[in-house]
Unconditional design. Sequence first.
Length: 135
Amino acid sequence: MKKTGIWLDKDKALIVTIENEEETLQIVSSNIEHYNNHGGSGTRQKGGPQDVVQDSKYLEREKHQLKQYFTDITTKINDSDALVLFGPAGTNEKFRDELHNNYKLLSTKIKRTTKTDSMTENQVKAWVRDFFEST
């Protein structure tokens, strides 16, 4: 049985696979651009020039980059028998929703989705090992 744990945030995914008592770790980079928008006036005077911020353009680009990131992860976990998703923020939940909407077979293999803090690679391996030993 191939068990897979995925720790992910917007920067990278750490994929730990346990099969026949052997652990492997793969790292998938997201390539998602981080935007730092500054809007508002360039002066302190009322009615000064205004910068127009196109939030929708940035959000749409990020959405496409997230979808590509999730596709990259999915190609590496297609043959897994059990999945656990964890990580900070909501990226793991977005990935779970993507699996549920577009990869029905994989979404049925998810055992749990949970929030965790940032972790080192060794901590991720230990967390996945402990999770599957306790289930």
